[in-house]
Design a protein around this ligand. Structure first.
Ligand code: ADP
Ligand code: MG
Length: 328
C-alpha cells in the first residue's frame, strides 16, 4: 500500500522520565482517517504517548512517522497534528472568536482573514451564535467545543484528544461523544482519543488500542477487542467477561453467554453467591472450584422459569465457540 500523508505510525517509541519507563518500545500503525481510542488504566502511558505524538514531550527512543516522514523532532505546530487539552485551556480574557483565531494571530495572519477562518470553525462545532462571549460565560460543553474549534483551525491531519470528556457530567458526556464521532466522520481526518473508560472507547472507536504497563496489550476493532480479548488483563479491563481456569488453560467467556444448568450437567459446577434482579436480566454471581468468581447474565424470563437462590449448587455451561483462550 502506498503511504498516504495521513498514515500515522509509531516505531519502537520509548519514553523514560528518569528511572520511570512510561512507554516501552511501542510500535503501531494507526488505521488512517479513523476514530482510534487509546484505552487503559491510569498511569499506563496513554498521555505520554499522545504528548510525544503532539510534540509536547520528547521521545526518548524511536520514531513517529506521519505520512512517511519522521516528525518526532519537529515543533508541535509543524507536525500536522493538533491537540485538544483535558482542561481546554481557553484564554479567559479573549472572546470565543479570538480564542479560536489565536494560533492564526501568532502566525501573523490578518484580522479579517483569521476571523473568517475562526468563524468557519465555530460553525463546524455549532457555536456561531456565541462568538462574542467570554469563556466564563460558557457551559462546560460549550468550552469544550471552543477548544475543539481552536485545535481544528490548524487543519491537522490527526487530532489528538486527551480524556476530552472527563470534565463533563454523564449526560453531556454521552451527547458530546456522539458529536465527536460525527465530527470525525465529517472531517475525514484521524482522531486519536485517550480514555480510561471502556464504555467510551467501545462507543466511539473504529479501533481500540488497549495499553497496560507501558505497552500495547491488544489492538483491534471495538467488537474484536470486546469479543476476543487476548489476555486476562484485556478481558478484565474491557469488562463483561469471566476469566475461567480450565484444566487446558485459562479462557475468557462473556457473562451473557454463560448459561446455568443442573449441577453436574454443565462444563463446571458452581455455588451461587448472589442473585441480582436488574430489570431486563438477572445477574448471577457464582463461585467455581478454586474460588474463582464467575458471573452469568440471563434474560429475566429464563431465570424466573427456573429460579434458584444463594447457596444452591448449579452447573454452568457455554458454547465452545464462545470461549476464547488467553495468552497470558
Ligand atoms: P496515563 O495517561 O495512562 O495515566 P501517563 O503517560 O500520564 O499515563 O504516565 C505514565 C507514567 O509516567 C506514570 O508512571 C507517571 O507517573 C509517569 N509520568 C508521567 N508524566 C511524568 C513527568 N512529567 N515526570 C515524571 N513522570 C511522569
Ligand atoms: Mg493521562
Amino acid at each position: 500500500m502506498v503511504a498516504s500523508e495521513h498514515d500515522l505510525e509509531l516505531v519502537a517509541v520509548t519514553k523514560r522520565y528518569g528511572s520511570t519507563l512510561a512507554v516501552d518500545a511501542v510500535s503501531h500503525k494507526f488505521k488512517p482517517d479513523s476514530y482510534t481510542c487509546l484505552l487503559g488504566p491510569s498511569g499506563c502511558g496513554k498521555s505520554s504517548t499522545l504528548r510525544m505524538i503532539a510534540g509536547h514531550e520528547s521521545v526518548t527512543e524511536g520514531a513517529i512517522l506521519l505520512g512517511g516522514r519522521d516528525i518526532s523532532q519537529l515543533q508541535p505546530a509543524k507536525r500536522g497534528t493538533a491537540m485538544m487539552f483535558q482542561n481546554y485551556a481557553l484564554f479567559p480574557h479573549l472572546s470565543v472568536l479570538d480564542n479560536v483565531a489565536f494560533s492564526q494571530k501568532m502566525k501573523g495572519i490578518e484580522k479579517d482573514q483569521r476571523h473568517k477562518s475562526a468563524g468557519e470553525m465555530l460553525e463546524l462545532v455549532d457555536l456561531t451564535s456565541l462568538s462574542d462571549r467570554m469563556p466564563d460565560q460558557l457551559s462546560g460543553g460549550q468550552q469544550q467545543r471552543v477548544a475543539l474549534a481552536r485545535a481544528l483551525i490548524t487543519r491537522p491531519q490527526v487530532l489528538l484528544l486527551d480524556e476530552p470528556l472527563s470534565a463533563l457530567d454523564p449526560f453531556l458526556r454521552i451527547r458530546m461523544r456522539s458529536e465527536l464521532r460525527k465530527l470525525q466522520k465529517e472531517l475525514g481526518i484521524g482522531f486519536l482519543h485517550v480514555t480510561h473508560g471502556q464504555d467510551e472507547a467501545l462507543a466511539l472507536a473504529d479501533e481500540i488500542i488497549v495499553m497496560n504497563n507501558a505497552v500495547i496489550e491488544q489492538a483491534g476493532s471495538a467488537r474484536e477487542v470486546f469479543n476476543t480479548p487476548k489476555t486476562e488483563f484485556v478481558a478484565k479491563f474491557i469488562g463483561g467477561h469471566n476469566v475461567i481456569a480450565l484444566p487446558e488453560g485459562a479462557v475468557a467467556v462473556r457473562a451473557d453467554v454463560v448459561k446455568p444448568t443442573q449441577a453436574d450437567a454443565g462444563r463446571v459446577n458452581a455455588s451461587v453467591v448472589a442473585v441480582e434482579y436488574q430489570g431486563t436480566h438477572v445477574s448471577i454471581l457464582t463461585k467455581v472450584i478454586g474460588d474463582h468468581e464467575v458471573t452469568a447474565i440471563v434474560p429475566d424470563a429464563a431465570f424466573f422459569a427456573n429460579p434458584f437462590n444463594p447457596g444452591d449448587q448449579i452447573g454452568l455451561t457455554w458454547d465452545q465457540e464462545d470461549q476464547h483462550r488467553l495468552s497470558a
